[in-house]
Design a protein around this ligand. Structure first.
Ligand code: SF4
Length: 383
């Protein structure tokens, strides 16, 4: 049996245990100045029949994995032992087996449709794919995907989205990035604040859950204030189920990097971005979204909570960081980037705290004043 199926390069962190099914390849837009993911890859649609064949293949592999579990004495349950057995025999069980086994081990209940803008697929085909997933894997409870605001606003009606919802699409992840029109144009997002609102409201009306992404730092030193304020206005009109924060980190392959080199885009410091985040949260009003910092690039990963009731608590977390003495801020920033800390409370552990301080001394002894540089390099590992 063939045990390989196609998978795209990314998925949201919240889909870490989802089965990835590639419905389209790469990004049809591919122009956002802060994005590198699909830069040298051409977009293509996959044939529905081809995707359905792969879903059947995944189902056949899942059946084999369960049968193996019976043979190993685990009554069809995909346990750690079953997964380890599969990993121990790479010549007998290839990548497809490993992916399906791990997915079943984590419950096999969620699926993410790749790549960057699956929502652009014709409704008829997407419904067909969604129904096939539900038929082959009746235990699946959540099917999610990425969707661009401009596609949803221009090409999908609420009825279309409702049809997808009824066929099994439960959540859409939308990269709003900003609600500030000037900035959206500056970074070539290909969507306006109006598109974001129209798309977001439609998704909400259809019953599909909505995650909106905001990029902290995207406004740089010049436009951070408008970026936060205008984005909050857009989010306040959508009231998405989730607001997810991402922190800007540029690589040379990204067009925005060139603007930094030309001196047109001025990067904020870590602290300035946290001040921006404070303004964003402060301006979120009249909504009950769940706010999340679920990406390792976010400095304050603990910033999470339901609006409006957790707003003051989240602002207090930010204020706690901002009021740290300079050395402690640096200690926390390096500790978080070196994955020694998860939250600010980890600094209370004397062993961890001194471990980070030793790291700072070591970096300083090699090159004075280079801790910030090291932090920036460490952040590249998370892209
Ligand atoms: S739409 Fe998404 S994947 Fe495509 S270029 Fe923009 S950020 Fe990257």
């Amino acid at each position: 049996m063939r045990d390989y199926f196609e998978q795209g390069p990314i998925r949201p962190p919240s889909e870490a245990t989802s089965l990835l099914i590639r419905v389209t390849r790469n990004c049809p837009w591919n122009k956002c100045a802060f994005c590198h993911t699909y830069k040298n890859s051409k977009f293509s649609l996959r044939k529905t029949e081809e995707v359905k064949e792969e879903i059947q293949l995944m189902k056949d592999i899942a059946d084999e994995v369960r049968a193996l579990s019976w043979r190993l004495g685990f009554a069809g349950k995909v346990t750690k032992e079953v997964v380890e057995y599969i990993y121990s025999l790479p010549d007998s069980y290839g990548e497809g087996f490993r992916i399906i086994a791990v997915w079943l081990y984590f419950g096999g209940k969620s699926v993410f449709l790749q790549d960057a803008n699956t929502i652009m697929v014709k409704n008829r085909d997407l419904v067909d794919i969604l129904k096939t997933i539900k038929e082959k894997f009746p235990q699946v409870e959540r099917i999610t995907s990425y969707g661009r605001s401009s596609t949803i606003a221009k090409r999908k009606s609420v009825e279309d989205l409702k049809e997808l919802y009824l066929a099994g699409l439960t959540r859409l992840h939308v990269g709003m990035e900003s609600g500030y029109d000037f900035l959206l144009k500056y970074v070539s997002k290909g969507a306006t604040a109006k598109d974001h609102i129209e798309a977001g409201v439609k998704v909400k009306k259809s019953g599909i859950e909505l995650s909106e992404y905001y990029i902290l730092g995207l406004g740089g030193k010049k436009w951070w204030r408008q970026h936060a304020i205008e984005s909050a206005k857009v989010l306040n009109q959508i009231n998405p189920d989730f607001i997810r924060i991402r922190t800007l980190k540029l690589l040379p392959i990204m067009p925005l990097y060139k603007k930094v080199e030309e001196g047109d885009f001025l990067l904020q410091s870590e602290e300035e971005m946290i001040i921006e985040e404070r303004l964003l949260i402060e301006k979120l009003e009249g909504i009950n979204s769940y706010f999340l910092s679920d990406h390792i690039l976010n400095l304050l990963g603990e910033l999470e909570g339901r609006l409006p009731q957790d707003k003051e608590r989240m602002l207090a977390i930010i204020d706690r960081f901002l009021s740290l003495p300079k050395e402690e801020k640096l200690n926390y920033m390096l500790g978080r980037r070196a994955t020694i800390y998860e939250t600010m409370d980890d600094m209370k552990d004397p062993e961890l705290y001194s471990q980070v301080n030793q790291l700072i001394s070591q970096i300083e002894s090699e090159k004075s004043g280079s801790v910030e540089e090291t932090i920036s390099r460490l952040k590249e590992n998370f892209l």
